[in-house]
Design a protein around this ligand. Structure first.
Ligand code: GLN
Length: 544
């Protein structure tokens, strides 16, 4: 295959060894941030070795949250870290799975594009992977590409082979291999152990990749002696053995890696001449998080997947960002909606300063969420509903205030006489998802006299969606007359995007997922406002 190369682009490949959950995504995002803070244009790419075409169909309990991009792609949660740590905007091309690669190759084979060759992992699958990596590097100085999985997994082999070959395509001065490993501390002997790292690097070398930089995840700082040992056994320069210390908060990682001189090592190895990274903004974020000046607030999140908080990764982060903008610590309390269904435990909700009902799919826990919302409405607790949370808020209002006792969403009760939430046939659906999901960024126009407008400060906003069901316009007048305010609508007025309550200090729910657009440097306005009102409530300063 003839490959057109842009020789100016540099590539950094981040692989992981020993075990999963070492924080490869955060490491890749932090490298991106350090380079960006040095003035470089960067982007990130995640290669996922599983066979699903994308994670859209995967259970969040197994795989964590599905992160949605502006262009409506359902992607791996690491893309959320990439957007929160850097200014790069992720799109569909920034996440590719083995399933997608094979799908593309098989389609090409069916179209006869391989001109009679036997289609094989090498070179056809590896070429497909490589052309994808090049695709994302068009307008940037550096591509940081994270390979999912752990070295030694069968699944990731074609990806590792592709990145091995890549070195010869772009020349070794344009490429770096960063390997994240574990240096465990063994309490019994009081020692840090290097053997897992040695074995993991051996595995990489068997595949033909010699890591240039080792990020050693550890509880304790690596002494020079230990770095020398790792350097010797793993065939890397001693300066390139980096202590990747456990930190209290993920936003400390860029600073912690920079203390080890990581940016300088990377730019010198890649032959780039740039300034030292300016980490001032990160320092302010970390300072705000570690010593908030205005106390703390307690927020209840009433959801379904509360056992695995990775399922609500962006949400958790967005709440923390809301805390940063108000200089408060946000304590998140995960409440299982199912447990609230019989009404018990509802009065305990008075412990919290704000209640949030997040997005979700399926019927389980719905009645519990509705009860929690009723509590928030009646007791004037600040309430924030997201997607399914908005659906539940509409149902609760229709049932309790408008007396439509059987009001429901057609998602859970297809035969309800009052489907206040329903599939809309005239919704303008983007993409080719069988016309069933509204995915990606859509415009929402705000009513001037509303809490939504107060928070955003502009009339038009763009937010990301991932849902099938919508507010049913048949009920608009009836609910509006009873005090529900439609403060955000699609530009043609057909789709309800935000609802609020007239007679409540702060009760707001949106059809979209604002958490996908929040970052520590730019907290999302709705999360900032929700936390601000939760704080007012806590301090007894809430007036209507
Ligand atoms: N299950 C609902 C729907 O499909 C809400 C989805 C969500 O909360 N993301 O419309």
């Amino acid at each position: 295959m003839k490959i057109k190369l842009n020789n100016k682009v540099k590539y950094i490949f981040v692989t992981g060894g020993v075990l999963s959950s070492l924080g490869k995504g955060i490491a890749a995002a932090s490298i991106g941030s350090l380079l960006e803070c040095s003035g470089l244009r960067i982007t990130l790419l995640k290669l996922d070795p599983y066979i699903n075409i994308d994670p859209g169909t995967m259970n969040p309990l197994q795989h964590g949250e599905v992160f949605v991009t502006d262009d409506g792609a359902e992607t791996d949660l690491d893309l959320g870290h990439y957007e929160r740590f850097t200014k790069a905007t992720m799109r569909r091309v920034n996440n590719i799975t083995a399933g997608r690669i094979y799908h593309n190759v098989i389609q090409k084979e069916r179209r006869g594009e391989y001109l009679g060759s036997t289609v094989q992992v090498i070179p056809h699958i590896t070429d497909e992977i490589k052309s994808h990596i090049r695709e994302v590097g068009k307008d940037v100085d550096v591509v940081i590409c994270e390979v999912g999985g752990t070295v030694g997994d069968i699944e990731s082999l074609p990806f590792l082979e592709a990145i091995r070959q890549f070195r010869f395509d772009v020349k070794s001065k344009n490429i770096l291999y960063v390997h994240l490993t574990l240096v465990p501390y063994i309490k019994a002997s009081g020692e840090l152990k290097t053997k897992p790292t040695q074995h993991s690097v051996q595995k990489m070398r068997e595949i033909g990749i010699q890591p240039d930089i080792l990020l050693c995840r550890t509880e304790q700082k690596l002494a020079n002696k230990l770095k020398e040992k790792i350097a010797l056994f793993c065939n890397v320069e001693v300066d390139s053995v980096i202590t990747a210390m456990d930190v209290k908060n993920i936003y400390e990682v860029p600073i912690s890696l920079e203390k080890e001189g990581l940016a300088e090592i990377i730019v010198s190895k890649l032959g780039l001449s740039v300034e030292k990274p300016n980490l001032g903004p990160w320092e302010r974020v970390v300072q705000g998080l570690s010593k908030p000046k205005s106390g703390e607030v307690d927020i209840a999140v009433v959801g379904k997947y509360v056992d695995l908080q990775d399922s609500y990764k962006s949400l958790t982060e967005a709440l923390i960002h809301g805390g940063i903008s108000n200089d408060v610590r946000v304590n998140i309390h995960w409440l299982d909606a199912g447990a609230l269904e019989d009404g018990e435990g509802l009065s305990d909700l008075n412990r919290y300063n704000g209640i949030l009902v997040p997005g979700g799919f399926g019927e389980r826990g719905i009645e519990g969420k509705i009860k929690a919302i009723q509590y928030a409405r009646e007791n004037k607790v600040p309430f924030f509903g997201i997607c399914l949370g908005m659906h539940c808020a509409v149902i609760e209002f229709a049932r309790s205030v408008v007396q439509l006792r059987k009001a429901n969403s057609a998602e859970f009760a297809p035969n309800t006489p009052d489907p206040v939430i329903d599939l809309l046939y005239d919704q303008d659906i983007k993409g080719d998802k069988g016309g069933t999901m509204r995915l990606g960024e859509y415009c929402c126009q705000l009513r001037k006299n509303s809490n939504a407008f107060k928070a955003y400060g502009v009339r038009e906003v763009f937010e990301r969606h991932r849902h099938r069901y919508e507010f049913n316009n048949r009920y608009r007048i009836q609910l509006e007359e009873a005090g529900l305010k439609f403060s955000g609508l699609s530009p043609n007025g057909n789709l309800v995007e935000i609802i609020e309550l007239e007679s409540h200090p702060w009760f707001l729910a949106g059809q979209f997922h604002p958490e996908f657009k929040s970052s520590p440097m730019e907290p999302h306005p709705l999360f900032a406002a929700f936390i601000a009102h939760s704080r007012l409530r806590k301090n007894g300063e809430h007036t209507e």
